[in-house]
Structure formats: structure tokens, C-alpha cells
Design a protein around this ligand. Structure first.
Ligand code: ADP
Ligand code: ZN
Length: 224
């Protein structure tokens, strides 16, 4: 047993927000393949140029590329004591590759109704500089109350003053493509991990301030 976790769930469910807050509490890194690819795109590297179009269209980066990137990331020192994988694996071949690299202690399956996902993603804003996530949608229905998390000053990051932007793939047309990719290619992982007995279901009902402590508790209980 250890602290090797996977956060599974559709785009917009809050994986990134939860992982970025739970990781530091447990002293383990959040490893987001989406963040890694966005950084590559920004730097204009060869890898970045390869994945840019795919990401902008809401498709999935080919397995060989993602697996290679993830493998290298897990070799870094900070990942030795554990990690939260946020956005990986996203296909069965990726999960099979991960099984060859390491043992996962628990998979947190986070889920929300699709209409709420679409509303949340459209209202997401990200800091260009530090990646902090904000949300300007206030959701209060279907037994779910997620207050907006706007920046203190419009368009500016509270943490670093950086400029906020909307990810190109957070536009409505692309969101739909990403949900299709999720349902077709990623959702089968729920069964893959459930059969193995390491899946824990989690349905958020409130904002991160209330949900993160619950998630940390689940991670502590099922990990280490
Ligand atoms: P979200 O979970 O909000 O959809 P991510 O930041 O995790 O967003 O991913 C953004 C994009 O990066 C994806 O739509 C996809 O194109 C690419 N990507 C990230 N992780 C993977 C992965 N494990 N496999 C394939 N593509 C990926
Ligand atoms: Zn910032």
C-alpha cells in the first residue's frame, strides 16, 4: 500500500482543482498530463507542436506519446513517495501500460451530471502564468451547490497577478467532443478498476473547500 492515486472523471468534474489541493496536503505531487502538454504547446517544442491540434479539437493524444511522457514524469524523484495522476490513464491501453510501470493503490471516480459539466467548463478560467483555476459559474440545482470561485480582481490571478484566459478547448463545441471522447474511451476504465476492487466513487455536491477534506480522508483511508 502507498499513496499512488488516480483521479478519474469527465472533463470539468474538478479533478485538477481537487488534485492540486489534495496533493500538497498529503505531500505528493499532482501529475496532470493535460498540464504537461499545455506547457509543451506554450514552449513551442516538437512535442507541443505535435499535440496542439489534437488538443484544440478535443481529441485524445495518441497512447504511445502520452505513455512515454508519463513514464518519464514518474521517474522523477518527487514521485517516489506517491502521486495523484490527474487525467491519466484515459484509455485501456494507457491503464495497461501504467500497470507495467507501477501499482495503483486507489482510483477515485469523480462524477457529475453532464449539463453541470458543460456549464462548469464554459465558465472555467485559468491563470496563464501559474495554472490556478477559477470558475465564474454559480451552480445550485440537482442537489449540488457549487459556488462560483471568481478571482478577486476580474481577469487577474489572486495568487500571482497573472492574466486569466479560457482554454481553447473549453469552448462549447470542443467540450462536446471531449465528452464524446470521455464516454467512448475513458469511461470503460471505471469497470477496469472496479473489477480490481480499487475504485471508490465520489459525487461532489459542493465547492472545493468542503469537498477537498472529504477527498483527503478517502485517500488516507484507502491509501497508505
Ligand atoms: P480535462 O480533464 O479538463 O479534459 P486535461 O487538462 O486533462 O483536461 O486534458 C486536456 C487535453 O490534453 C485532452 O483533451 C487531451 O487532448 C490531452 N490529454 C491529456 N491527458 C491525456 C491522456 N492521458 N491521453 C490522451 N490525451 C490526453
Ligand atoms: Zn497565477
Amino acid at each position: 500500500m502507498g499513496l499512488r492515486f488516480v483521479f478519474l472523471g469527465p472533463p470539468g468534474v474538478g479533478k485538477g482543482t481537487y488534485a492540486s489541493r489534495a496533493g500538497p496536503i498529503l505531500g505528493i505531487p499532482q501529475i496532470s498530463t493535460g498540464d504537461i502538454f499545455r506547457a509543451e504547446v506554450k514552449s513551442g517544442s516538437e512535442l507541443g507542436n505535435k499535440v496542439k491540434g489534437i488538443m484544440e479539437a478535443g481529441g485524445l493524444v495518441p497512447d504511445e506519446i502520452v505513455i512515454d511522457v508519463l513514464k518519464k514524469r514518474l521517474e522523477q524523484d518527487d514521485a517516489k513517495k506517491g502521486f495523484i495522476l490527474d487525467g491519466f490513464p484515459r484509455t485501456i491501453p494507457q491503464a495497461e501500460a501504467l500497470d507495467k510501470i507501477t501499482t495503483i493503490d486507489m482510483v477515485l471516480n469523480i462524477d457529475l451530471p453532464e449539463d453541470i459539466l458543460i456549464e462548469k467548463i464554459s465558465a472555467r478560467r485559468v491563470c496563464k502564468n501559474c495554472g490556478e483555476i477559477y470558475n465564474v459559474a454559480d451552480i445550485n440545482r440537482e442537489g449540488i451547490h457549487m459556488p462560483a470561485m471568481p478571482p478577486k480582481v476580474e481577469g487577474k490571478c489572486d495568487k500571482c497577478g497573472g492574466e486569466l484566459y479560457q482554454r481553447p478547448d473549453d469552448k462549447v463545441e470542443v467540450i462536446k467532443e471531449r465528452l464524446v471522447a470521455y464516454n467512448k474511451q475513458t469511461a470503460p476504465l471505471i469497470d477496469y478498476y472496479r473489477k480490481r476492487g480499487i475504485l471508490v466513487d465520489f459525487k461532489p455536491t459542493a465547492g472545493p473547500d468542503e469537498m477537498v477534506p472529504k477527498i483527503v480522508e478517502l485517500l488516507k483511508k484507502h491509501g497508505s
